[in-house]
Design a protein around this ligand. Structure first.
Ligand SMILES: [Cu+2]
Length: 203
């Protein structure tokens, strides 16, 4: 009986000491973003990112998007950015739409591409065949992504901004050049495919 108690005590002590260092490294941090429409879109959504060391578990739901077309989605961050969503004041050429570049002072450059598979780096910013296509106008996305520790820390500190792109300005059910011309990011794509539609700061 005494031996069992001692063994039990040792077991408890071991599990306590093994739990302590991981708590010291940092418990999981959960950030949330209410996704608000940009460019007079009717879309809405919510994102949650749970930071666990260098892993980010991203869960994202959005609705009232152009259906059946790819929607690029990213986490943006820049050390010099304002860590917020752009406003009409960011419409630097006063054309009454915010393109992705005009939003950069607010949310910074792309740091993570929320693709459905494969690479998630900024290299995949416009990987249109690996982004959700919003059947019925809805996106329901979940993926765990490994990132560099410094970036995970910045996002855990509430400095990441989640942006979803793709808006059908002329309501013809597709991305086309008649909506708003060429994309400032890639002239082979319509601006409708790359302009931001939803945005929220992860905090
Ligand atoms: Cu983006």
């Amino acid at each position: 009986m005494l031996t069992l108690t001692a063994a039990g005590a040792v077991g408890v002590s071991l599990s306590n000491s093994s739990a302590a260092p991981s708590a010291h490294r940092g418990a999981d941090v959960t950030t949330n973003a209410k996704l608000d429409p940009l460019n007079n879109s009717a879309a809405s959504g919510h994102a949650q990112v749970t930071i666990s060391g260098s892993n980010l578990k991203v869960v994202l739901n959005a609705r009232r998007l152009l259906k059946g077309m790819p929607h690029a989605e990213h986490i943006h961050f820049g050390p010099k950015a304002r860590h917020e969503c752009p406003s009409v004041r960011d419409d630097s050429n006063s054309d009454h739409r915010l393109n992705t570049a005009e939003g950069t002072p607010a949310y910074g450059p792309v740091r993570i591409s929320l693709t459905t598979k494969g690479d998630t780096s900024p290299d995949s910013t416009l990987a249109v065949n690996r982004f959700p296509t919003a059947p019925k106008g809805r996106i329901s996305y979940s993926r765990t992504i490994h990132v560099k520790p410094a970036l995970a820390e910045r996002i855990a500190a509430g400095k990441g901004v989640l942006v979803i792109h793709g808006i059908d300005y002329n309501h013809n059910g597709k991305y086309d050049f008649k909506g708003a011309g060429k994309s400032e990011l890639d002239p082979s794509l319509p601006a409708e495919a790359t302009d931001p539609v939803l945005c929220g700061r992860l905090q």
